[in-house]
Ligand binder design. Structure first.
Ligand code: ASP
Ligand code: MG
Length: 578
């Protein structure tokens, strides 16, 4: 019999009336012949209230006791939901995370799911019951209650769906689905019928917080289709799945804005191994998440490395960078607060020239200056002054006509054959592959004018020559733009750039050949801070010099001398046991 896992957020169980609407959805699935497991969050506002209670007593509550406290919010909800189902004449049983066998590590308040035992749930399902599971919680090896981090009931639902090999995981919430951009910022945002795991991961990493990103990671890893839809109407919602049909000609399917970001640039790093490793390692030890790392190609033997962190973490990250400044040989450490990141995401942008140019042009036309730039296969992100974040998002939405996307449909497949027991941990870092891209060349365009539209004109000129760009990076305008592409195209790209009237009085573009791109791809590369440390640490220990660095949700890429390419790939394979 098919299994459906449903999740209801805090607003969907906020009061008796809404609980009735939520249980109607559970009953509907049951009547359709599915076995039904539902996960519920605490009633809206409850988790915050419980945290406030704790803070009234002490500013630093013991994490174990905090978990004991906040996990009760979800326990209230499951009991109330079950009572409602009983009163409607349905058999149902409520179970806590520990009772259903959600085993986590010991990191109280931010535990990760290791494994899920499904015997208990299956037994209850076979008795014809609706199983109502408390979201957001599990149990560690000592049998203590742990919680998974704010908003992580989504994760409980998707992990249960993976473990049970459910046919579908439905996330019921107070919006109709996932939109091409946040509708509060972009009035013309339109609802997506379907979107891929990869795309939504990139979008959630840049601030589109409809579904918890750790939940999407698990969905991607175990091929769980996830449907996001409203508790309060019958809209079919948005399906997040592996493959989407109908978007073949759509380069960009979503845009996102991430505010409250800050940048730190280590300028003038010597062109030798180890700096990135030291920086990423030290920041990681300070428990600070790096949102983006960019290092553009060195000029005159010196490179700039920029990292993006949240505003809240800026002062701590800055003092860490100041501490290691001399050790890594940086000439200066330059902080900049109040910046925003605007991103365009879409699988269709791969192998289509001119997408980066279109994005830059859209911003340039609205007089928005691009301060920093990074691309990966399916994501182009630019950094702008915080005050231009919203307009930047609107410009992008318009430029890629996101209000008018064609219809799309999920490609439905059967659940993954990978069983939870086969892999080490449900939420563990999962490195799929190390990819080697030789035959690359780099075009370095020194000192881009610091004005809106400058980058767009450059990228336009290259796109007009029909050249497909691989990685485009810019740490700052003075440092210029680095672009990698196939080596056969680089001479033509240089000619196109040097021939531009605006480049007449500027230094000509410089070609760097003999470089290789090495990337690792997988799930959890950004949420597991250790992943970047392992990449940069192992390469540094092997004495390999990194020419360029770019990171995204699903990939960490470095550019090295071709002579080092194979050794770099072997080092990474070794490091990640591939
Ligand atoms: N109740 C938890 C929170 O508010 C988990 C959730 O709602 O998903 O963070
Ligand atoms: Mg929530």
């Amino acid at each position: 019999m098919s299994i459906v896992v449903q999740k209801f957020g805090g607003t969907s169980v906020a009061d008796a009336e809404r609980i009735k609407q939520a249980t109607a959805k559970m009953v509907r699935a049951k009547e359709q012949g599915h076995q039904v497991v539902t996960t519920v969050s605490a009633q809206a506002g409850m988790t915050d209230q419980l945290l406030d209670l704790a803070r009234e007593i002490t500013p630093n509550p013991d994490p174990r006791e905090l978990d004991m406290l906040v996990s009760t919010g979800e326990q209230m909800s499951i009991a109330l939901v079950c009572m409602t189902l009983h009163s409607m004449g349905y058999e149902a049983i409520s179970l806590t995370g520990g009772q259903v066998g959600i085993i986590t590590d010991g990191a109280h308040t931010k535990a990760r799911i290791r494994s899920i035992r499904t015997t208990r749930i299956k037994r209850e399902l076979d008795r014809g019951r609706i199983v109502v599971v408390a979201g957001f919680q599990g149990m560690n090896d000592d049998g203590f209650i742990t919680t998974l981090g704010r908003g992580a009931s989504d994760l409980t639902a998707v992990a249960l769906a993976a473990a049970l090999k459910a046919d579908l995981c439905e996330i019921y919430t107070d919006v109709d689905g996932i939109y091409t951009a946040d509708p509060r910022v972009e009035p013309r945002a339109s609802k997506l019928d379907a979107v891929s795991h990869d795309e939504i991961l990139e979008l959630s990493s840049v601030g589109a917080r409809v579904v918890h990103s750790r939940a999407i990671e698990v969905a991607k890893k175990f091929h769980v289709p996830v449907c996001v839809r409203s508790t309060f109407n019958d809209d079919p919602g948005t399906v997040i799945c592996r493959e989407v049909m109908g978007f073949d000609d759509v380069p960009v399917c979503g845009a996102a804005l991430s505010k409250n970001e800050s940048r730190i640039t280590l300028e003038g790093l010597p062109n030798k191994p180890g700096a990135a490793s030291r920086v990423v390692g030290a920041i990681g030890e300070g428990n600070i998440n790096i949102d983006m790392i960019v290092q553009s190609f060195p000029t005159a033997g010196k490179a700039d490395l920029s990292i993006l962190v949240k505003d809240l973490d800026l002062s701590q990250a800055l003092s860490i960078c100041d501490e290691i400044k001399d050790e890594v040989g940086a000439e200066a450490v330059v902080p900049e607060g109040e910046i925003a990141r605007v991103s365009a995401v879409g699988r269709g942008m791969t192998s289509r020239p001119g997408i980066a140019a279109t994005l830059c042009r859209a911003l340039g036309e609205r007089d928005i200056n691009i301060k920093m730039f990074t691309t990966s296969e399916i994501n182009i992100s630019v950094v702008v002054d915080a005050e231009y974040g919203e307009i930047g998002l609107n410009a992008l939405h318009e430029a890629f006509q996101l209000h008018d996307l064609p219809a799309a449909a999920p490609k439905i497949e059967s659940p993954s054959d990978v069983t939870v027991a086969e892999i080490e941990t449900v939420e563990g870092l999962h490195v799929q592959d190390v990819l080697l891209d030789p035959d690359q060349a780099e075009l370095k365009i020194p000192s881009v004018e610091d004005r809106p539209g400058a980058a767009a004109e450059l990228l336009d000129a290259i796109a007009d020559a029909g050249i497909n760009l691989d990685v485009v990076l810019q740490t700052s305008c003075e440092a210029g733009i680095s672009i990698t592409m196939h080596q056969d195209d680089v001479e033509r790209a240089k000619q196109a750039v040097d021939a531009m009237p605006s480049r007449k009085d500027r230094e000509p573009a410089v070609i760097g050949t003999g470089i290789t791109k090495v990337s690792i791809s997988g799930v959890g590369l950004r949420s597991h801070a250790g992943a970047a440390s392992k990449v940069f640490g192992s390469l540094a220990r092997a004495g390999i010099n990194l020419q360029m660095i770019g990171t995204s949700e699903a990939k960490i890429s470095v550019v090295v001398d071709t002579a080092d390419g194979k050794r770099a790939a072997d080092t990474l394979r070794n490091e990640f046991d591939l």
